[in-house]
Design a protein around this ligand. Structure first.
Ligand code: SF4
Ligand code: SF4
Length: 466
C-alpha cells in the first residue's frame, strides 16, 4: 500500500462520518505553525517575511493541542518556521499522537539528527550497540555522540519516537547544487540526506516535500525522486508554487506582456506536471490520483481550502495557506464568517483574481479526496491507487549525481555564487534578499524563480567549462 492501512482507514472514517452528518465543511489536515522563527533564510521565504513582526512569538503547547481538537482534523502537519526550534516540539508531537492524530513534522532537516540522537539516548541499553556501531560506520553519528547516547537521557522530557502514525516530511527542492543555493547555506542538502538515512535505519517513516516553481527543472525533480527513492523514503509530496501580484497583473494588462513572463500560470503548471501520473506509478507520490489528473490538466476541481486550515500565532488564517485576508479566533468562526464562494476557480472562471492560476496542494488535494466535482469511478481510482503495491525503491537512483554542489566543491559561497554572479549580465546577488516564498511559505515566488533561472544558466556555463 502507498499509505499505511490504519492511516487510510482513519481518514476514510472521518470523511464518511462527515458525509453522513452532511457537514458542509470540515478539516482534513491542520497546518499548525507553532512559530515562524527559522534557522534558515531561504530565498523567497514567505513565512519569515509575512510574519516578520511576530517572529519571536510562539503558540503555547496548550493552544497548539487545543487547535487540533477544535478542528478535529485527523492529520496535523506541524510546520512554521522550523518546527524543531519549537521548545516543546516533543511534547507537541506526543500530545497530538495521544489525541490519535496522524502527524507530519515538516522540517528543513537541520536539527533532525539531533532529535534522532535524543531518541536513542532516551531508549539506550546495551542491546542498542549494534545500531550505534552501524550509525558510526555510516558516519551518521560521531564517537562523541555515541558517548552522549550511552549516558542516556534524564531530563524527564519525551522524545520523538518512530511510529506508523508519524512522518518526518523533509523539505527538498532539488539536488545539492540547487537546494543549497535556494536555502542559502552550504551543506543543507547533505545534512538532509544524512538525516533521512539515519531516520530510515531507526525505523521512522520519512517523506520529502517539494515545491515546483516556474523555473524548476522538471528533469532534476525526477532525478531527486529517483535518488530519494533509492534511500527508501516512504513517500513524496509535491505541489506547484504559486504567487499573485497585482503589480505584475497590471503590467500584463497595460504593457500587453504575456502572463507567462511573470506567473506560474495554470498552463505552465500543467506542462510541469505532465508526467505526474507516470511519477505516481514509479514513486510513492502522496496525493490522490484525482488531484494528479487535475495537475496534469485532465480535469477541473473546485478549491476546498477550508479542508486544510492553517493555525498560527495570529489565529486561524483565512482563506488559505497562501493568502491572508484575515485571522480568526476560532475555526468554526472562520468557517462561518468567510464567504467561501468568493474563492477558487469554477468552470475556468476565477472568483478571485488571486486564485486564477492556483493549483496548489493545500487548495485542491482535499477536493480529490472529498469527491468535489465527482466523476464516476473516482472513488475506485483513489482506492486502487492507495491499495496498489507501493513502488519498489529505485535502486538505480544511487547512481544519480545528487551531490553536485557543496560536496563537489561548488557551494554557493564559493564557485557557484561566483558563477551565478559573473555568468549573467547584471545578475544581482539573490543571497542578500529575504524574499517572499518558500516551501514553507506563501507569496511572491518570483525571487526563487529568478534564482533558479540563474542556477540553470550557471550550470550551463559550468558544463561548458568542464
Ligand atoms: S522556507 Fe522554510 S526552511 Fe526556509 S527560511 Fe522559510 S521557514 Fe525556514
Ligand atoms: S484557489 Fe488557491 S489561492 Fe485561491 S483560495 Fe484556493 S488555495 Fe487559496
Amino acid at each position: 500500500m502507498r499509505f499505511p492501512l490504519a492511516l487510510t482507514v482513519k481518514i476514510a472514517r472521518h470523511i464518511i462520518k462527515h458525509k453522513i452528518l452532511r457537514t458542509p465543511r470540515f478539516a482534513l489536515v491542520l497546518q499548525l505553525e507553532p512559530l515562524h522563527t527559522c534557522n534558515l533564510t531561504c530565498t523567497g521565504c514567505g513565512r519569515i517575511r509575512e510574519y516578520s513582526t511576530s517572529l519571536k512569538d510562539m503558540m503555547t503547547l496548550e493552544d497548539c493541542l487545543a487547535s487540533a481538537q477544535e478542528c478535529e482534523a485527523p492529520m496535523v502537519s506541524i510546520c512554521g518556521g522550523e518546527p524543531l526550534i519549537y521548545p516543546k516540539i516533543e511534547e507537541l508531537v506526543a500530545g497530538l499522537l495521544e489525541q490519535g492524530r496522524i502527524v507530519y513534522i515538516c522540517t528543513n532537516g537541520m536539527f533532525m539528527r539531533k532529535k534522532l540522537k535524543d531518541y536513542l539516548a532516551g531508549i539506550y541499553s546495551p542491546t542498542l550497540e549494534p545500531t550505534l556501531a552501524r550509525l558510526l560506520d555510516e558516519k551518521l553519528i560521531s564517537d562523541k555522540d555515541t558517548e552522549t547516547i550511552r549516558k542516556g537521557k534524564h531530563d524527564g522530557r519525551p522524545t520523538i519516537k518512530p511510529t506508523k502514525w508519524l512522518y518526518w516530511n523533509v523539505h527538498i527542492d532539488g539536488l545539492e547544487y540547487t537546494h543549497d543555493l535556494i536555502v542559502e547555506r552550504e551543506g543543507v542538502f547533505k545534512e538532509c540526506v544524512e538525516a533521512v538515512r539515519m531516520a530510515k535505519i531507526l525505523g521512522y517513516q520519512v517523506a520529502t516535500n517539494t515545491t515546483v516553481y516556474k523555473e524548476t527543472d522538471v528533469k532534476e525533480i525526477e532525478q531527486m525522486f529517483e535518488f530519494f527513492s533509492s534511500l527508501e523514503v516512504d513517500g513524496h509530496t509535491i505541489s506547484p508554487g504559486y504567487d499573485y501580484d497585482a503589480a505584475k497583473k497590471d503590467m500584463v494588462k497595460r504593457l500587453g506582456r504575456q502572463p507567462e513572463d511573470f506567473f506560474l500560470t495554470r498552463a505552465m503548471t500543467i506542462e510541469k506536471f505532465a508526467k505526474i501520473q507516470e511519477w505516481g506509478e514509479r514513486f510513492t507520490i502522496f496525493g490522490t490520483p484525482v488531484y494528479q489528473e487535475f495537475l496534469s490538466g485532465k480535469r477541473e476541481l473546485t478549491c476546498t481550502a477550508w479542508a486544510i486550515p492553517t493555525r498560527n500565532v495570529k489565529g486561524w488564517k483565512a482563506p488559505c495557506y497562501l493568502m491572508t485576508d484575515g485571522h480568526y479566533e476560532r475555526y468554526q468562526e472562520m468557517l462561518d464568517r468567510v464567504d467561501w464562494n468568493k474563492y477558487g476557480v469554477v468552470n475556468g472562471v476565477a472568483r478571485d483574481p488571486r486564485c486564477e492560476n492556483c493549483m496548489v496542494h493545500c487548495g485542491y488535494d482535499p477536493s480529490g479526496a472529498l469527491g468535489t466535482n465527482y466523476q464516476r469511478g473516482d472513488n475506485w481510482k483513489n482506492i486502487r491507487y492507495n491499495f496498489a503495491a507501493r513502488p519498489q525503491p529505485y535502486a538505480a537512483g544511487r547512481q544519480v549525481h545528487a551531490f553536485n554542489g557543496f560536496s563537489a566543491g561548488k557551494g554557493h559561497l564559493a564557485e557557484a555564487k561566483a558563477a551565478i554572479n559573473t555568468g549573467l549580465a547584471g545578475a544581482k546577488s539573490a543571497f542578500q534578499n529575504n524574499g517572499n516564498n518558500g516551501a514553507c511559505g506563501s507569496g511572491d515566488t518570483s525571487e526563487r524563480d529568478e534564482l533558479l533561472a540563474k542556477i540553470r544558466e550557471a550550470k550551463r556555463v559550468d558544463l561548458k567549462v568542464e
